[in-house]
Design a protein around this ligand. Sequence first.
Ligand SMILES: CC(C)(COP(=O)(O)OP(=O)(O)OC[C@H]1O[C@@H](n2cnc3c(N)ncnc32)[C@H](O)[C@@H]1OP(=O)(O)O)[C@@H](O)C(=O)NCCC(=O)NCCS
Length: 151
Amino acid sequence: METALVRIYKELDKWKHRHLLLLADEQESMVEKYLASGTMYVLEDSGVKAECVVTDEGNHVLEIKNIAVMPKSQGYGYGKKLIGFLVKQYAGNYDYIQGGTGDSPLTIPFYEHCGFTRYDVRKNFFLDNYDHVIVEGGKQLVDMVLLHRKI
Ligand SMILES: CC(C)(COP(=O)(O)OP(=O)(O)OC[C@H]1O[C@@H](n2cnc3c(N)ncnc32)[C@H](O)[C@@H]1OP(=O)(O)O)[C@@H](O)C(=O)NCCC(=O)NCCS
């Protein structure tokens, strides 16, 4: 992965990588809510491997609204590379970078390994905001866990 080919760039055609967006957030209407105002980055390494969408939440807080790595390329450090890119890119202008996710063993450890710590919970977020039951790793998602780290 540490090759000269890795490149991260701002993507303007945000629905171009629809399959990746929906991998991280399976309800299209939820993605629509942040996609227009969000900035999208795509990571390429001999083809598209990952994407993320970030928004400015005010008070010098940047939020990761969506992050996904191609299924076959997960576990090779691409997600962490994108986080590292964001931290570098936004250092100086933001104090914190935050992300929200279901209480899932598939995502929380990823954020923790990227230096994030839990700081809050949005109770019933997945029940109140999604039109269907979201299951991850065999477990229904109910609350959203918020994690952050200093930029
Ligand atoms: C979650 C996701 C973005 C992580 O990206 P990734 O490229 O697979 O993760 P990385 O290889 O960069 O892993 C970074 C670190 O997190 C750890 N990690 C990642 N997933 C983990 C898991 N499920 N359990 C334990 N540790 C995990 C890695 O071991 C690595 O640790 P290290 O740096 O200390 O060695 C990716 O798996 C994905 O796209 N999942 C589907 C979409 C999704 O759920 N998006 C998140 C929505 S909030």
